[in-house]
Design a protein around this ligand. Structure first.
Ligand code: ZN
Length: 452
């Protein structure tokens, strides 16, 4: 998908500067479209999801055949499900996959049987502490079958015999993942990744898929410094498959983010890359500190999402995780309560903005050099000095300019100045552009900064 030249945003356009209401609604709309699809580790659900995302982002769909060895793992069979239900003696379906795909343990083997309640209950999963929600369960690597339902509905099942049907198949086929590379001026890449294997769960991770798809759409129409690689893959084995197929190109990845659970109002949470001190770790911490009242920045741990694979010692890619609420800490997590009411357009919009702000630092950072190094320039003479105003905006603008000028030694990057000043990068960038326009600053070292 090539944009017409006049559609391209020029260099310098900011990703974090968006119409929040419009982008929130757009991301939510895509989530609503992806939500009903029954995804799994491999099968038609993932393919269908990728095809729908292709309307926003020009993804290539890659297929890795069943049985392919990827490092220590083997690509599993596809799982495709047609229907599943539990029927009572009166012929009523007391549980039906058509109502909610969480009702079937994901990747269940097929079953067709009639069982006494006591026997059936061994295959039913509920959450007694949250009796009104259906849990999300999967069994990828152990052949098993099961149903998930609300605890309350399970308790209400009378004694008797039940017919259970799971019409599903495990077939040789392939594992699918989606990828899009936007070429920037540099071959150096920013990796943006989201997992695509969960069924009807909105925050985890239709939200990450939809946000990145629409961010990719925007980036595809921009002239960027970095190249951007988007990967949408089933968690763990999908990321491992991508790494195995790109083993010799991953050194181009200079910064990366795994994006998941971005539609709730919690956090924001940033989990550092395994390196712990990568440039992306500093940038994300900086952006979150200025964007939110109580951001959470966590050290790396080997529990979580695909940052574990990207950061594994053989690759050691600087990839952190952006989330709102930390996974596993909100009661809706991995249940039917993680639905379209749980994610909100305004939270999606603020997540988009924060991620955009992080990428803007990567895109816009440079080493400014003052053209007036001996003493400060007289800002008033240049028409830049803002008189004190009631709102204090003038003072803030003066302060930002003074920070930029005092740091503009040609060695220090604008981001380093922002960190030291403890002022938002975007404010210093605006000040730097003003100073540049007045001939007081050179974009010396405009050689991009790729401090991975
Ligand atoms: Zn999950």
């Amino acid at each position: 998908m090539t944009s017409r030249l006049e559609d391209l945003s020029p260099p310098g356009a900011l990703l974090g500067a968006v119409n929040a209401e419009a982008i929130g609604v757009e991301i939510y709309g895509l989530i609503a479209e992806l939500f009903p699809i029954c995804r799994s580790v491999a099968g038609d659900g993932v393919r269908e999801t990728l095809r729908r995302m292709q309307r926003a982002i020009p993804l290539t769909i890659h297929e890795v055949p069943t049985g392919t060895q990827v490092f220590d793992w083997t690509i599993p069979r596809e799982w495709n499900i047609r229907e599943a239900y539990i029927r009572n003696e009166a012929g009523e379906r007391v549980v039906d996959f058509r109502h909610n795909n969480l009702h079937v343990m994901n990747y269940s083997v097929a079953v067709r049987a009639t069982l006494e309640l006591a026997e059936l209950r061994k295959h039913i999963f509920t959450l007694p502490e949250q009796p009104d929600v259906i849990p999300y369960r999967k069994s990828y690597y152990e052949p098993a079958w099961g149903f998930c339902m609300t605890h309350r509905a399970m308790l209400a099942l009378p004694e008797g015999r039940y017919e259970v049907v799971i019409d599903a198949s495990h077939d040789d086929g392939s594992l699918s993942y989606g990828e899009y590379l936007h070429r920037g001026a540099l071959e150096d890449e920013v990796l943006l990744s989201a997992h695509i294997c969960h069924p009807s769960l909105a925050n985890d991770n239709c939200s990450g898929l939809a946000l990145l798809a629409l961010l990719g759409k925007r980036i595809s129409r921009m002239q960027t410094r970095y190249s951007y690689r988007f990967v949408f893959a089933p968690t763990t084995i999908g990321a491992i498959a991508w790494l195995a197929r790109n083993q010799h190109e991953t050194s181009r990845v200079k910064h990366g983010l795994v994006v998941t659970c971005v539609g709730d109002g919690g956090g924001p949470t940033y989990k550092k890359s395994r390196r712990g001190n990568a440039f992306i770790d500093r940038v994300a911490a900086h952006v979150l500190r200025h964007a939110a009242r109580s951001p959470v920045v966590l050290d790396f741990s080997p529990i979580g999402y695909d940052e574990r694979q990207y950061g594994s010692p053989g690759f050691d890619l600087p990839v952190g995780v952006f989330q709102r609420s930390l996974f596993g800490t909100f009661p809706e997590y991995h249940t039917s309560a993680d639905n379209l009411e749980f994610v909100r357009p305004e939270h999606l919009a603020s997540s988009y903005r924060m991620i955009g702000d992080i990428l803007d630092v990567l895109e816009q950072d440079f080493r400014p050099r003052s053209t007036c190094m001996h003493g400060e320039p007289q800002l008033g003479r240049h028409g830049l000095f803002e008189r004190e105003s009631p709102g204090g905006a003038g003072a803030a603008s003066n302060l930002a300019m003074l920070w930029v000028l005092s740091g503009a030694d040609g060695q220090t990057s604008l981001f380093e100045i922002a960190e030291r000043a403890d002022l938002p990068f975007a404010d210093l960038l605006a000040a730097a552009r003003r100073l540049q326009a007045h001939g007081l600053l050179e974009a010396d070292g405009a050689a991009p900064i790729v401090s991975a």
